[in-house]
Design a binder for this molecule. Sequence first.
Ligand code: TYD
Length: 200
Amino acid sequence: MTDKKFAPGIERTFAMVKPDGVQRGLIGEIIARLEKRGLKVVALKMVKPSIEHIDEHYPKDDKWIARLGNKGFTVFDEQGISRKEAMGTEDEFEAGKQVRGWLVDYLVSAPVVPMVIEGVQAIEMVRKIVGSTLPSKADIGTIRGDFSTDSPLAANLTKRPIRNLVHCSETQEEAEHEIAHWFSADEVYEFERSDHAAMF
Ligand code: TYD
């Protein structure tokens, strides 16, 4: 979301420390990495969401679900593990539906820390800092790459979601939906960081 009140190129995105990040005591570390890059936390809370809330958080369209199934399949294909053996199906959509179900159940199992992050090209910046979806493939230096080695090999085979510590919006459309889904307008603050003038 580009807000006209801010400088050109400034966006807001949604990020959330997932249950594994909270339980491993990494809330501070994760926020620090975003703040150190020059991004601003403009909304923040801890909640234990309802199943309905999480179900509405993740997209439900067939394309997104099939993409989710396919991402896991890439790892099984690379490792020469049969898709059918790994997921009980060769169908991307059927596999994606299973992953989405595990994900929803996991995200309601414990508190999470949702937040809104603002800054220059914030959507892309936050995704870079967070790193690849599959921690086993995430670059060192990213949050997922530094704190996890989880993979569909370890996760999907045991019917649980990958524990990759953080969620963050992928597109502007997702960011707008997720910010409005988790925060009311008066929970998102406007303020200037004291280092703003030095950074820009
Ligand atoms: P996705 O939207 O592809 O990734 P990202 O979180 O990087 O935007 O997937 C959503 C979540 O689904 C992902 O964070 C972890 C989980 N997931 C699994 O549990 N198993 C899988 O095989 C895949 C691909 C994702």
